[in-house]
Design a protein around this ligand. Structure first.
Ligand code: ATP
Ligand code: MG
Length: 231
């Protein structure tokens, strides 16, 4: 059993509302992410990287195929079961950060852990530690609506890691960061994989980051091609 097994995924979207025309985005994708391993996917804009990640995290359903997380087929779970499962097992870093702008940075990071029923003290300590790791200690009490794109991105990363997820799904986590902050994020995510034995599936246009992963794939022509594998 693996933390994440993507099995023969197809995904088509309706090309135009109210017409029976479909465009195929993903065509028979299979991929396994093992414990303590990182996998990156690169590929041109619009090839379906975010679509694949959303399906891998149970946020979207494939047209056909299955996704197993720790042996559970998440493609068959209803929305409420899928979101409970995600809260426990998966840390999702969205391309659009999707923070709650009425709350401050610290609250945004803490919310998923409070929902999962952890003690407030324990959650507060971990949230502060993660925010400090990404140089955000001065922004903890700022409402996220007032923060910069890169600050929001780093908060979204802390939020994804608060519940110590087995699987981290990261969609362009360094997309709006300067080089120094991008390196901090790379280090944090890769150390979660190596030191904490988590699994990372990363989608990125940042080739240097992609190359640091154990496996690097290219999404092209609706399917994955293995580009390199670290020894
Ligand atoms: N809900 C939807 N309905 C119709 N088409 C969609 C939908 N979601 C995505 N698509 C289409 O699927 C294709 C792949 O989108 P996706 O967001 O997965 O690309 P991407 O590889 O992540 O691109 P980028 O690198 O720009 O983030 C795009 O052409 C997009 O327009
Ligand atoms: Mg995308």
């Amino acid at each position: 059993m693996h933390p994440l097994e993507i099995n023969n995924i197809f995904k088509s979207f309706k090309a135009v509302e109210n017409r029976n025309e479909y465009i195929t985005i993903l065509s028979g994708i299979s991929l396994t992410v093992e414990t303590g391993k990182s996998v990156s996917i690169i590929g041109k804009s619009g090839t379906g990287k975010s679509t694949l990640l959303q399906i891998a995290g149970g946020l979207d359903k494939p047209t056909s195929g299955h996704v197993f997380c720790d042996g559970v087929d998440i493609t068959t779970l209803n929305d409420s079961k899928a979101s409970q499962f995600r809260n426990r097992k998966i840390g999702f870093i969205f391309q659009a950060h999707l923070l709650l702008d009425d709350f401050n940075a610290l609250e945004n990071v803490m919310i998923p852990a409070l929902i999962s029923g952890k003690s407030k003290k324990q959650v507060l300590d971990r949230a502060k530690m993660l925010l400090s790791d990404l140089a955000l200690e001065d922004r903890m009490f700022h409402s996220t609506g007032t923060l910069s794109g890169g600050e929001k991105q780093r908060i979204a990363i802390c939020r994804a890691l608060i519940n110590e997820p087995d699987i981290i799904l990261a969609d362009e986590p360094t997309g709006s960061l300067d080089e120094e902050n991008a390196l901090e994020v790379e280090e944090l995510l890769l150390s979660q994989v190596k030191k904490e034995n988590r699994s990372l599936l990363l989608v990125t246009h940042n080739i240097e980051f992609a190359e640091k992963c154990d496996y690097m794939y290219l999404l092209k022509n609706h399917n994955l091609e293995l580009l390199r594998e670290k020894n």
